[in-house]
Design a protein around this ligand. Structure first.
Ligand SMILES: *Cc1c(COP(=O)(O)O)cnc(C)c1O
Length: 408
């Protein structure tokens, strides 16, 4: 008997839209030209790439000549940070970011720290929000870039982007935002929000994997980081991923067209899941901001449960979700985001992320709500800590998964 499968992991990746896939196929088979060739095959590909540039620009309120195609969110983040750092190092060597960024940002900043730059990692409050006062206080006369994510991939918290942009603008500092989770899920206008650079990724909003874009406001001083041919107006060498780019454009068009209906549908499912879990299940905490959060993001910590066991048990029931703990997936560290929000290792280890997409239904949410309590009860009944006082819990931050503190 096959178990029906439910996909609740849209922040990890999304299925390619059928219409997008059809378009991509066309540009892999019949219209396979190299966009740099001057014959008709090349011109056909080039025209499609330029159309996609306009579609992507429109989705975020940019001009099409401010959109540069990349291989995804990671490349966009690397390019924005290294590119601005290298181009402006005469002016200063200080970068401000946050403690809860994606590793594409954090590891790039750590790399720059080894190469003469200094980085401030802003803390966040218990809802994963930065404080604008902290940002203002961190700015020095050496600050050249502020990079703060639009919406967090784990807990869904949406930052006060327009206000951050205004602070940066007033000080003449560039503002980059990793908007990979927000694009297609939340209305964005780069001009109104004072954004100078923005990274986006196709596979997070129903386009293909390995394609994305970096918005670079006209006038921003930035160096290219991939050298070679004259592609992307001399800014990003390498033969264009024409099928990927055309698919990205199509996905942007669909996202814009369906934005309001999608947000309404997904927010409804999110709020139903949050309300029912908080009401029915004891010892649970909602992670992330109660209202300023992505439409499709639900993130809980269940006390006395190990997140990975919960995931495996949900998977047996056909439900694909994600967790903020990585005990069994190679790394022993709980999520840096949950720890930055002040959660103890114990509580961080019991976290579960459910990220909804436009294809999810109320029936799927009901099925999840039906199987979750049984699984939690079973796992908790096996925990030696369940029913004990919380002081024991606090004394060893990771005794649920039997790791020694030293390992963290
Ligand atoms: C997925 C993700 C990335 C990386 O994007 P890729 O296209 O997979 O390289 C970067 N930042 C955030 C917030 C993400 O969610």
């Amino acid at each position: 008997m096959s178990v029906k499968r439910i996909y609740f992991d849209h922040s990890a990746t999304t299925p390619v839209d059928q219409e997008v896939a059809n378009t991509m196929l066309e540009y892999m088979t019949e219209k396979f030209g190299n966009a740099s060739s001057i014959h008709s095959f090349g011109r056909e590909a080039k025209k499609a790439v330029e159309e996609a540039r306009e579609q992507v620009a429109k989705l975020i309120g940019a001009q099409s000549n401010e959109i540069f195609f990349t291989s995804g969110g990671t490349e966009g983040d690397n390019w924005a940070i290294k590119g601005v750092a290298y181009a402006n190092r005469k002016k200063g060597n200080h970068i401000i970011t946050t403690a809860i960024e994606h590793h594409a940002i954090l590891h790039t900043c750590e790399y720059l720290e080894k190469n003469g730059f200094t980085v401030t990692y802003l803390p966040v409050d218990e809802n994963a929000m930065i404080r604008l006062e902290d940002l203002k206080n961190a700015i020095t006369d050496k600050t050249i870039l502020i990079s703060i994510m639009f919406a967090n991939n784990e807990v869904g918290t949406i930052q006060p982007i327009k206000e951050i942009g205004q602070i940066a603008k007033d000080k003449g500092i560039y503002f980059h935002t990793d908007a990979v989770q927000a694009v297609g899920n939340y209305p964005i206008d780069v001009k109104e929000m004072n954004i100078d650079l923005l990274s986006l990724s196709g596979h997070k909003f129903h386009a293909g994997k390995g394609v994305g874009a970096l918005y670079i406001r006209r006038g921003v001083r930035i160096e290219e980081i991939q050298h070679g041919g004259a592609h992307e107006r001399n800014m990003r060498a390498g033969t264009e991923n024409v099928p990927g780019i055309v698919g990205l454009g199509k996905a942007a068009e669909i996202a814009q067209r369906d934005m309001d209906i999608k947000i309404k549908h997904i927010t409804g499912l999110r709020d139903k899941l949050i309300a029912e879990v908080m009401e029915k299940i004891p010892h649970v905490k909602l992670n992330g901001h109660p209202t300023m959060r992505l439409p499709g993001n639900v993130n809980f910590s269940f006390l006395y449960v190990e997140g990975e066991s919960l995931l495996l048990n949900l998977d047996l029931k056909g439900i694909a979700a994600s967790s903020g703990s990585a005990c069994t997936s190679g790394s022993l560290d709980p999520s840096h985001v949950l720890l930055a929000m002040g959660l103890s290792h114990e509580v961080a280890h019991g976290s579960l992320r459910v990220t909804l997409g436009r294809g999810n239904t109320a029936e799927e949410a009901d099925y999840f709500l039906e199987v979750l309590p049984e699984i939690l009860e079973r796992l908790r009944s096996m925990s030696p800590l369940y029913g004990q006082n919380t002081e024991t819990l606090a004394s060893n931050p990771c005794n649920l998964c039997n790791h020694q503190i030293a390992q963290h």
